[in-house]
Design a protein around this ligand. Sequence first.
Ligand SMILES: [Zn+2]
Length: 297
Amino acid sequence: MGAHADQEKMKGVDPLNLLTVDLEDWFHICEVEHLLPRKDWDRLTSTVVNDTERLLRLLQRSRSRATFFVLGYVAERHPDLIHRIHQMGHEIAYHGWDHELVYRLAPHEFRHILQKGIKCIETLIGKRPIGFRAPQWSINDNSIWALEILAEEGFVYDSSMAPLKFVGNEAYPRLPNQVSTPAGSLWELPPLILKTPLGHYPAGGGWGLRCLPYPILKQSVRWLNRRHIPALFYFHPREFSRKRSVAGLPPAKKFVLHGGIWASETQLLRLLTDFHFTAVGQYLFSRTSSDDLCGYP
Ligand SMILES: [Zn+2]
């Protein structure tokens, strides 16, 4: 960390950025059911505990808090891991039960999955989750009805709408924003996106984050932070794993999952060194009316 960044951290000038983790196993990959069918999952060797422990050590060293969007499948099989994450001061939120794409569900099925997850998490940690992230940003124009159900089921925020062409819509807001639904309002927290002449670039996580030269990333976060806007990042435990290959993946999927994967840990460590991070729930409750998210091009 440079002296200047160090000074800024000490003075607390930097606002809080948001760190999120989709807590799932290496085989929870959307749209490859023919390679990793649900019925086979219980026979596969899980790496989620080891991979997450590695990630937790990195967070602990930098005293950073994160939101863990927990998959019900993982919570049911590894309750001790969820306890441990919670006890370390991180936020437990929800990521669906069996990694279902929301736009493939009927509204009543989505509600059932939410209720199942709320019950499971509440039983484990004694607290209801207030945040949700859909697998593969699958709340989009085809499943916008899901926001009202989230509000009805007591969720305070969602982080499932990506302002990206292939999984979402570039017209979606790039900043934390409040969405009105007939059941009340909900905060929507999109990942960090960079505007480029070729369209929106997914800088907040996945291949986009791993392949982006760090100076560009750092400059973008600083630019936002100077305007008191948090940047939201997301990681998966499998990005910190030794087990990385899935035979037969289509090339595009392979790139999305593994492109630049060697850089995951380095990029995260650099971010943790240069910036302050916290959990989404904590950020939302610490916001005051003087926080201004205007002036973002
Ligand atoms: Zn996921």
